[in-house]
Design a binder for this molecule. Structure first.
Ligand SMILES: [Fe+2]
Ligand SMILES: [Fe+2]
Length: 192
């Protein structure tokens, strides 16, 4: 329960950081399609935070003031930096971060099941699925850029290199498959 509570608190604060970051990111791009997609992603992060708030309430817990402050600063900082570091880096690093976010929800699902919070499982799975769609969006934007070849070598994320085990090909075909293997809690289907 301790790890689950920590993870829910962390995700609760990190979702707001993500939303702030995407506000800055959306404001920094010129392409209307990209701007609209980033605004939609921001909205999805706020929705995640609402789900996590409900989970915290169920656990009769409150958000961590320390994490709230820390991730407030991180989110605002990233949002601001999007105006300064060009087009590619915000796309690349957003995708890299989202790739790791998927695993947070995969782990949360396992912990929620162990804690008997079965009614939250579907919601947590859905959050993992949505984070994967975010990862895929940023990968698709960044992959055509000349810098991708260098960044994916240096930062270990890119085409064919993800931090989570949700399969890209099966996912884009509409069938999210959990691959068996090293990652705990990855043995069942995430979405239909
Ligand atoms: Fe999210
Ligand atoms: Fe996300």
């Amino acid at each position: 329960m301790r790890e689950l509570l920590h993870l829910v608190r962390l995700a609760y604060s990190a979702e707001r950081a993500a939303a702030f970051a995407y506000q800055g990111h959306a404001a920094s791009v010129a392409d209307p399609m990209e701007k609209a997609a980033l605004m939609r992603i921001e909205k999805e992060e706020w929705t995640h935070r609402e789900h996590l708030a409900r989970m915290l309430a169920k656990m009769t817990a409150k958000p961590s003031p320390y994490l709230e402050m820390k991730y407030f600063c991180i989110g605002k900082g990233i949002g601001l930096s999007c105006h300064l570091i060009g087009w590619f880096m915000p796309m690349y690093f957003a995708g890299r971060l989202e790739s790791g976010n998927v695993n947070e929800y995969v782990r949360m699902e396992t912990l929620a099941r162990e804690a008997g919070m079965h009614e939250e499982i579907e919601c947590i799975r859905e959050m993992a699925r949505v984070e994967k769609t975010h990862e895929i969006f940023f990968l698709e934007r960044a992959q055509g850029h000349w810098a991708m070849r260098v960044f994916e070598k240096v930062f270990a994320w890119g085409r064919g290199r993800s931090f989570n085990a949700l399969g890209y090909e099966t996912f884009v075909m509409g069938e999210v498959k959990r691959e068996t293997g090293e990652k705990k809690g990855m043995k069942e289907k995430v979405a239909k």
